[in-house]
Design a protein around this ligand. Structure first.
Ligand code: BJW
Ligand code: ZN
Length: 260
């Protein structure tokens, strides 16, 4: 295992297919809380315990209050140095003539901050999309508050318990909307998983940025790439996982240096 930037630069030069797996730590320096860190609480709930369909069905108001609050938060935040390093690196790869390398950003994040990238795969959905529970219609929606009923609930310390009629409703069938994100025990979109599979099957260098590696299927990607002979580089403030390279520290500092 190496912590040497020069050795990493060599690996980056010789790799043909480079991919990333990003997690909440990528956006931490933009001021967006991670799931399992100190900021992983909202009101008296653990953020991860709000990420299931059964909780949404039992208490759609609480879950919409949570996601409406997160929309408001993310809309105030901007890309940090790590997000920018990914954009700069993609531009560098795309300007190669002839194109000898590929670069694909796979992210678990739903904040959409990296959505200006061209080769970009969001595996857990997006905060700014809704899906109808009744007709399945998916729409992009960047409103904050997402509906009149949720206005101001982001400032409350307690659940407001709005009736269903006051929660976001489908423009097509008036059914209850949900955030178009992937909750625990839900399958990822098969179109997304097949795109990811293509990347993992050709990846010879995977950059694992700001993820705790607890949540599957993403948690299995590093070992998959390594089992095929690919290399893995971890960027994290903590010493996590098995890798060929580890850059321990805030990714806003380590990633620009690694990708320069
Ligand atoms: C920094 C930093 C800085 C901080 N610089 N670094 C038992 C065994 C194995 C699997 C399962 C099991 N039981 C159930 C499962 C499957 C389950 C799972 O994996 N559970 C585990 C908890 C065990 N997975 C699923 O259910 C998935 N679906 C699936 O597998 O389908 C098949 C299936 C169905 C049914 C049963 C079994 C299988 C779906 C997972 C969906 C996850 N959804 C969420 C919410 C998304 C919507 C939302 O945002 O609200 O996705 S949960 C949450 O975790 C979110 C994240 O994308 C995901 C990963 O978190 P992430 O990004 O790693 O964040 P943190 O906070 O954990 O880590 C941050 C890291 O950053 C830390 O390491 C810090 O140190 C670091 N850091 N600042 C660099 N500045
Ligand atoms: Zn509908």
């Amino acid at each position: 295992m190496s912590t040497n930037y020069e050795a990493f630069h060599q690996a980056l030069k010789s790799a043909k297919h480079i991919a990333t797996l990003c997690g909440a730590g990528l956006s931490a320096e933009s001021g967006i809380p991670t799931f399992r860190g100190e900021g992983g609480w909202w009101r008296n709930y653990k953020a991860t315990e709000l990420a299931t369909l059964s909780v949404f069905k039992r208490n759609p108001s609480r879950i919409w209050e949570f996601y409406n609050y997160r929309r408001g938060l993310v809309l105030q935040k901007t890309a940090n140095k790590a997000h920018k390093a990914l954009v700069d690196f993609e531009n560098k790869i795309l300007s190669q003539k002839p194109q000898t390398q590929t670069f694909t950003v796979i992210t678990q994040n739903v904040d959409g901050i990296s959505s200006n990238l061209k080769n970009y795969i969001e595996m857990h959905g997006n905060l700014f999309r809704t899906r109808c529970m009744q007709c399945g219609d998916i729409e992009e929606n960047r409103d904050f508050p997402i509906c009149e009923g949720l206005k101001g609930t982001e400032n409350s310390k307690f659940d407001i318990d709005l009736p269903i009629e006051k929660l976001p409703a489908c423009t097509k069938c008036k059914g209850l909307l949900r955030p178009d994100v992937v909750w625990f025990n839900e399958l990822l979109d098969p179109k997304i998983t097949s795109k990811i599979q293509v990347e993992l099957d050709r990846c010879d260098l995977l950059l694992v940025i700001g993820t705790s590696g607890f949540v599957y299927p993403a948690a299995g990607y590093s070992e998959y790439v390594r089992s095929r002979g690919g290399k893995v580089a971890i960027f994290n403030i903590e010493n996590t996982g098995n890798a060929d390279f580890k850059f321990i520290g805030p990714c806003g500092e380590t990633l620009p240096q690694a990708l320069q």
